[in-house]
Design a protein around this ligand. Structure first.
Ligand code: ZN
Ligand code: ZN
Length: 77
């Protein structure tokens, strides 16, 4: 299964490598941050029984993977 993720800098394709994402076109590294769809706070990642869920400490709500907002933050300069 291939997940296609567009680079926020150049629209190239990002590839998942270990704990970060690498753009094959501009070679910048990104880390993925997951935010709440309601309050925009950064979510806490919860792993249970092989499934990943997210928890918002501001809303006090469990978030499903589909409900969250994902953003990429550049790691190098
Ligand atoms: Zn790029
Ligand atoms: Zn929230």
């Amino acid at each position: 299964m291939t997940i296609e993720v567009a680079c926020p800098e150049c629209d190239g394709q990002l590839q998942h490598e270990h704990d970060h994402w690498l753009c094959g076109a501009c070679h910048h590294k990104f880390s993925q941050r997951v935010h709440c769809d309601k309050c925009d706070a950064e979510l806490e990642k919860l792993k249970a029984c092989g499934a990943v869920d997210y928890f918002c400490n501001s809303c006090n709500e469990l978030k499903s993977k589909r409900a969250v907002i994902r953003r990429f933050e550049r790691l190098d300069s």
